[in-house]
Ligand binder design. Sequence first.
Ligand SMILES: [Mg+2]
Length: 177
Amino acid sequence: MEISQIISAKARRIKLVLMDADGVLTEGKVTYGDGNMELKSFDVKDGAGIELARMAGIKTGIISGRQSGALQRRAKELKIEEVHQRVINKVEIYKEILGRCSLRDEEVAYIGDDILDLPILLRVGLSAAVADAHPEVKKRVDLVTTSTGGRGAVRELIELILQAQGRWDTMLEEFLS
Ligand SMILES: [Mg+2]
């Protein structure tokens, strides 16, 4: 992805990456099994991206409207710091996180896929939408990833931030040596 100077400047300030879950960390499908069993699929490259962010000292978080045990498990596995599920008012939680972590809007990136994400997307320093996000969302964000939800969109955003912050090349070198 071509990074403009404006996007790069915005990405340089990011200390926290917040994500919507359904349609962003997943393809947006919820598979029902017997009883209460619910299955979700996650992208391993997104997971690795979240780990790279943590290695670079960038916090990560999830704000989801639904409640899912599978998501809880994935978030724990990836040591995601802020996990908020069954959230009705996403902006309320967003403001609470910022207050508690002493962060400013400019220091937060958010990636979403639907109009419920707009209130946060319009506030954050770096707003992103997945390739298959709702058109009303895509036209109001700083960047649209080339990957669709659940297929590497989060990884793309994190890599872009790490590149802008000059961390990507050094991290890559560490893996190469
Ligand atoms: Mg969503």
